[in-house]
Design a protein around this ligand. Structure first.
Ligand SMILES: [Zn+2]
Ligand SMILES: [Zn+2]
Length: 102
């Protein structure tokens, strides 16, 4: 019987080193899973992307979520979100219009 110990794994996505605890190792082994190659935030992000939804719920506070405000793009008129409160005096652009304005 091998004695398990916490392992440190380097995330394949963001290169952060994270702890793969004994409990997690046992859990993964009991399920027959391979050890994770990505840290928890990256796995959560991948999960969210797979689900197609862009929900900010149930984030674990690993990264402070930027407050976003709904706005309508002055360039193309689509609904978008901006990291500041639109006050109506300045045009607001969606990401695409913002980038193409440079
Ligand atoms: Zn990562
Ligand atoms: Zn636009």
């Amino acid at each position: 019987m091998s004695v398990l110990a916490d392992k440190v794994i380097q995330c394949a996505s963001c290169n952060t080193e994270f702890n793969f605890s004994v409990e997690e190792q046992e859990f993964y082994e009991s399920k027959g899973f391979q050890p994770p190659r990505k840290c928890k935030p990256c796995r959560d992000t991948a999960k969210q992307n797979r689900g197609g939804g862009y929900s900010n719920f149930n984030r674990f506070g690993d990264r402070p979520q930027r407050q976003m405000y709904p706005a309508v793009c002055s360039g193309c008129g689509i609904e978008t979100q901006v990291p500041f409160q639109p006050n109506g005096s300045k045009p607001v652009y969606c990401r695409e219009c913002y980038q193409s304005s440079y």
